[in-house]
Design a protein around this ligand. Structure first.
Ligand SMILES: [Cu+2]
Length: 648
């Protein structure tokens, strides 16, 4: 079975496919030969330097654009960051640019080395004895935690981490059950040394263990019968490299150390035309601010994309993927911070899911129901950022819908509470185990290309009809579409009062009823930040100030909190770019969406948290002439468990 995803003789795949292992290795070797890499240089990331849009659109008619890598490098000895563009085909470093005064994303190697540094610190061991009476660091877990920026000189000038520490009672216990509340070591990641141990009020370790691992839970329920998904003729998707075709959809899967999973060049077949919808979709940032002002908790606000690297923290699903059906995996090719190849085997999972009813109608006069089952294509990856897990799921549907869903799971960030005390800023989840209130704010960048790049965005508000002679019963309501002309006009929050949504349109292409073709953006759950506007983390996360931002496309505007949020003093990213108030009508637009989950912890989130879901939907709205799923055939009848016949 083969369907030419690349309709030309040019080999090597789509221009937006991620770097292969060989390309990553070649880029590292070229950088080394360039003479700028020292023994103290860390490779923060090496990823595809995406070719200009015009070159991608010219493909496959024109040759595949030259392959290039974008690298972020950090030298621990000089505390200096550089960005490099490497021509892989040309075997040369094309550009080498110093980025002064920034701290790039912490690498996975630094997570490991930081833990070792804390455990080796005599000052830390002495504090451990004072707070817990224990001298054995073999059971201590040290989670790196970014240092943030609270206005001090060292926040600006040193590469720092301020870890959280936990104590297991045995080597395989859930270590998060016993937070060491009163100790916060501060680590200089350049020297990889503990520079001080901040000690706060002593607080006893919580008394109980609480486990979730299968071999530690004890009795498990026994009344679950097998549920098998079989696809005897194989999956309905076709894959070439990182290009995918599934029913009417075509797209390219991307992956990098910073953003993790990305989608590119998403098109939908309509008649004999592949119509473009999204050029690039990515998670650009997320921040988890905690709401407890106590001295051990108030600096907790992790920027999991810019500080930790969502791709760097990706799971290898070889070891734990619970999708049903026929699964196609994709690997991620990254580097260690020393430039060695880092393979995340099976970083991305793709499979099909049955999704209940797609549509149904029974014509009672004919006595004949017509029903179709919905099937969706799922492309996902999961990242573990210390205690927490984030699953990122893109769903493509047969009716043209595109959905993004984040699944939040893993272990709460826990603290210890003194016996008999219930802290006001969160909830007790077990005896003396405390979880502060917090929020998770995500920002997704949707570079929409609806039938080409010349797009506009409308804000759609539903409003009641005016009282008057043409509305005598007062039942009227209608939509008010405001075409957003400038960046400042685009900044908006959700509005329940007007059922606000947004619509991306192409004013240059009209549909069958004479309207510009469009896709609606439908928000899901959301919230606003509860921290004060002057809170330190909010200075660095200006993207939480509005749910929606629309900008004109600029290839270097990729991250909502700026390129280097780690220890930043703020003001970068969307806040800075949109201050220019550029025009956004009838141009290549980028739609940025910030969505937050307010997490008020509960005992049921402990010891491991059942997944919470948040996301959004893109829905064709006048993009197609009619229901694009009208041609989905019925499924064959099935036999019911009772032995009778049952349709769908
Ligand atoms: Cu949470």
């Amino acid at each position: 079975m083969s369907l030419p995803l690349v309709q030309c003789a040019v080999s090597g795949g789509h221009p937006l496919e991620p770097l292969s292992a060989a390309e990553v290795a070649a880029a590292v070797a070229i950088l080394r030969r360039g003479g700028k890499i020292t023994p103290t240089t860390r490779f923060v990331s090496v990823s595809l330097h995406e070719p200009a849009k015009a070159l991608v659109h010219a493909f496959p008619g024109a040759n595949r654009p030259p392959r290039k890598a974008f690298a972020v490098l950090f030298d621990n000895a000089s505390n200096a960051c550089h960005e490099a563009v490497v021509s892989i085909d040309g075997h040369e470093v094309e550009s080498w640019r110093p980025i002064p005064g920034v701290q790039p994303t912490m690498t996975v190697d630094e997570q490991v080395e930081c833990e070792a540094a804390v455990l080796a610190s005599a000052e830390f061991r002495a504090a451990l004895v004072r707070h817990t009476g224990i001298d054995d660091t073999r059971l201590v877990m040290v989670d790196i935690w970014s240092a943030g920026n609270y206005g001090s000189e060292e926040d600006r000038t040193r590469r720092l981490a301020r870890p959280l520490c936990f104590l297991r009672s045995d080597p395989t216990e859930n270590g998060y059950a016993r937070p060491i509340e009163g100790i916060r070591p501060v680590v200089d990641l350049n020297t990889m040394k503990v520079i001080r141990v901040e000690e706060h009020a002593q607080c006893p370790l919580p008394p109980g263990a609480c486990n979730y691992a299968a071999d530690r839970v004890g009795d498990q329920r026994r009344d679950i019968k097998p549920l098998e998904i079989t696809q005897p003729e194989g999956p309905s998707f076709i894959v070439e490299g990182y290009q995918v075709a599934w029913q009417n959809w075509k797209f390219v899967i991307g992956f990098n150390a910073r953003e993790g999973l990305t989608l590119h060049h998403l098109r939908h077949r309509d008649g004999d035309e592949d119509r473009s919808i999204l050029y690039r979709a990515s998670l650009t940032e997320m921040v988890v601010p905690y709401g407890d002002p106590g001295e051990t908790q108030r600096r907790k606000n992790a920027f999991d994309v810019g500080e930790y690297g969502m791709g760097m923290c990706a799971n290898s699903l070889e070891l734990g993927c619970d999708c049903l059906g026929l699964i196609r995996y994709f690997d991620a090719h990254l580097t260690t911070s020393r430039g060695e190849p880092l393979l995340v085997k099976n970083a991305i999972c793709m499979h099909e899911e049955d999704f209940g009813i797609l549509w149904k109608h029974t014509d009672r006069r004919l006595g004949k129901p017509e029903v179709r089952r919905s099937r969706r294509l799922v492309v996902s990856s999961v990242s573990t950022v210390e205690n927490y897990e984030y699953g990122f799921f893109w769903y493509l549907y047969q009716d043209g819908n595109i959905q993004f869903e984040v699944k939040l799971t893993g272990v709460l960030s826990l603290g210890a509470a003194p016996p008999g005390e219930t802290p006001p800023w969160g909830a007790l989840v077990a005896d003396q185990v405390y979880a502060p209130n917090h929020q998770h704010f995500f920002n997704v960048r949707l570079d929409v290309d609806l039938d080409g790049s010349d797009n506009s965005v409308q804000q759609i508000d539903v409003v009641p009809g005016d009282a008057g002679a043409d509305n005598p019963f007062g039942n009227a309501f209608l939509t008010r579409a405001t075409t957003l002309a400038t960046e400042s006009a685009s900044l908006a929050n959700l509005s329940l009062e007007s059922a606000r949504s947004w619509k991306i349109v192409n004013p240059g292409r009209l549909n069958a009823v004479g309207q510009p073709v469009g896709y609606r953006f439908l928000p899901g759950d959301n919230c606003i930040p509860f921290a004060a506007p002057q809170a330190w983390w909010r200075k660095r996360a200006g993207f939480v100030d509005h749910h929606v931002w629309v900008t004109p496309f600029h290839p270097e505007e990729r991250f909502a909190a700026g390129d280097y949020p780690n220890q930043s003093s703020g003001g970068d990213g969307l806040v800075r770019w949109t201050a220019a108030d550029r025009p956004i009508a009838s141009t290549d637009v980028v739609f940025w969406y910030t969505f937050g989950h307010t997490h008020l912890p509960r005992p049921e989130d402990y010891p491991v948290m059942p997944a919470a879901y948040i996301g959004f939907l893109l829905k064709p709205s006048g993009f197609f002439t009619m229901n694009p799923a009208n041609d989905v055939p019925p499924s064959p009848p099935k036999v019911a468990a009772s032995g009778g016949s049952c349709c769908h």
